[in-house]
Design a protein around this ligand. Structure first.
Ligand SMILES: Nc1ncnc2c1ncn2[C@@H]1O[C@H](COP(=O)(O)OP(=O)(O)OP(=O)(O)O)[C@@H](O)[C@H]1O
Ligand SMILES: O=P(O)(O)OC[C@H]1O[C@H](OP(=O)(O)OP(=O)(O)O)[C@H](O)[C@@H]1O
Ligand SMILES: O=C(O)c1cccnc1
Length: 476
């Protein structure tokens, strides 16, 4: 486990030093992590990175070298640096399960801890969860566009560095990919690794046919050939068919071909005709080359004969929407046992946070479809045997009443009193959970473009609390 304790912005540490000097560092506070807009301009966001956040908290400590470095900055008092020597996370953290689908303005993670601890972890929490949630969401969109065809993550070489390539591969698997080309990700996260061959393989031999024969010789049962180095329809596919026939005559089953350039719709349809005529009707026709959910949707609607997708650059970088803007905001501060809700008033009404220590429930209809989320204060309860009326937090006259419904509380304890309560799951288990989650969402929320907006409402008590706070803050 890496020591990421200094993976923070300097201002967190200068604030910590200040809280310490003012003797308010032990005050118990509540922070919420949430985002204001869904990842990838979509209708939902898949939360990912919780496992790495848990590792980060479990390993949070200032080593002697860390303290030495901080001392060299000449910004911190000796007493404060001595205090940091024994730093240990002792607070509570509530989080949704990794792989949960979430929507704007909902607390994904709520931290209730001494001020100096809760403040320090902001930056690492955001960098870990923002990135992985972004890529998991992107991957799920790509997989939805592929309509059940396998999607393979090919992006490491074009990722924003080794960590992004590796944790991005993890997130892509969580979002629904069938495998990754990243071998380190395969080892670290126990996920399937896959691969074909590069153009360099084909170029290295005197002829394309020789290169295919050599590959078939080494991997007779894993023979998927890259057919676009010279000419797909005049050379690549005919040569692949020769090699496949030879393999079949020796009792091996060829896997298929990969197209990496040109008009993928036309080439795939023509290649499929040639393969079918040669008796290879069920091979994989894999396509790659700058694909994303939009190109795949177009290729599908144009009848491309592609049944497997290799997606690299635009997946691992979420190229058209390259960040998720998750934030971490102070929502409450305790004075003894009494809680003081906190709000950030902004010129931009979208940026006003929901105050207080909260929890969140999801409301499902009788068929198990998610209908709305409901953010409540932590001590509120719902009696699901009675009708529940929820209202739009801005256009308050818009309301809906649920008669027959079930509810699920989304937050679970990750840490209580500093003790880890997290149940570790494998990446494949998280991926399965994501599929369950997606099946609870109406198609309209999963639309690639112009999705319907999911309802996220506030309890009356929370809404009143927020309105009253806003009134009192008007002239502060
Ligand atoms: N956030 C909300 N909470 C509760 N009810 C809502 C919310 N948004 C809309 N409604 C209700 O949903 C109905 C349709 O309203 P509208 O067309 O404005 O929204 P919508 O997003 O299409 O919602 P719906 O999915 O319910 O059709 C109305 O009964 C409206 O009062
Ligand atoms: O297009 P992407 O979605 O980013 O997918 C990854 C790309 O990486 C490879 O190309 P590259 O030219 O790097 O190597 P190659 O010689 O193997 O084609 C591969 O052929 C894909 O085109
Ligand atoms: O195995 C492949 O085909 C592959 C791997 C990485 C990038 N592009 C393609």
């Amino acid at each position: 486990m890496r020591n990421l304790t200094l993976l923070t912005d300097l201002y967190q540490l200068t604030m910590l030093n200040g809280y310490f000097e003012k003797n308010i560092h032990e005050d118990i506070v509540v922070f919420d992590m949430f985002f204001r807009k869904n990842a990838c301009n979509g209708g939902y966001t898949i939360v990912s990175g919780i496992e790495q956040f848990v590792d980060y908290i479990n390993n949070l400590h200032f080593s002697d070298e860390d303290l030495e470095y901080l001392r060299s900055l000449k910004l911190f008092s000796d007493n404060f640096l001595t205090f940091l020597k024994d730093f240990k996370f002792t607070g509570d953290i509530y989080s949704v399960e990794e792989g949960t689908i979430m929507f704007p303005n909902e607390p994904i993670i709520t931290v209730k801890a001494p001020l100096y601890q809760a403040q320090l972890i902001e930056t690492a929490l955001l960098t870990i969860v923002n990135f992985q949630s972004l890529i998991a969401t992107k991957a799920s969109r790509v997989c939805l566009a592929a309509q059940g065809d396998p999607v393979f993550e090919f992006g490491l070489r074009r990722a924003q560095g080794p960590d992004a390539g590796t944790y991005g591969a993890r997130a892509a698997m969580i979002g629904g990919c069938h495998g990754t080309a990243n071998v380190l990700a395969g080892k670290l996260f126990d996920v399937p690794v896959i691969g074909t061959q590069a153009h360099s393989w084909v170029q290295k031999f005197d002829t394309e046919l020789e290169s295919f024969e050599a590959y078939a010789d080494v991997y007779p049962d894993k023979c998927l050939l890259l057919v676009d180095t010279y000419n797909v329809l005049n050379s690549g596919v005919p040569n692949a068919i020769k090699v496949f026939k030879d393999l079949a005559s020796k009792g091996h089953k060829p896997l298929g071909i990969r197209l990496d350039s040109g008009d993928l719709q036309y080439l795939s349809v023509e290649a499929k005709k040639m393969l079918d005529e040669a008796g290879f009707t069920d091979l994989s026709i894999t396509a790659s080359n700058d694909l994303d959910e939009y190109t795949i949707t177009n290729l599908k609607s144009e009848g491309a004969a592609i049944n497997s997708w290799g997606v690299g650059t635009k997946l691992i970088t979420s190229a058209d929407s390259p960040s998720l803007g998750g934030v971490y905001k102070l929502a409450a501060s305790y004075k003894g046992d009494s809680i003081e809700p906190k709000i950030k008033v902004s010129e931009d009404p979208e940026k006003i946070n929901n105050p207080g220590f909260k929890k969140i429930i999801r409301i499902y209809n009788a068929e198990g479809k998610a209908e709305a989320d409901f953010i409540m204060l932590h001590d509120e309860e719902i009696d699901a045997t009675k009708p529940l009326t929820v209202f739009h937090p801005v256009y308050t006259w818009k309301s809906t009443t649920f008669e027959s419904y079930t509810v699920k509380e989304l937050h679970q304890p990750l840490f209580i009193g500093g003790e880890c309560k997290h149940n570790k799951k494998t990446v494949i288990e998280i991926r399965d959970y994501v599929q369950d989650e997606l099946s609870t969402l109406w198609e309209a929320y999963k639309r690639i473009s112009s999705p319907k907006v999911y309802k996220v409402d506030l309890s009356k008590k929370l809404w009143d609390l927020k309105s009253n706070l806003l009134d009192t803050k008007k002239f502060v």
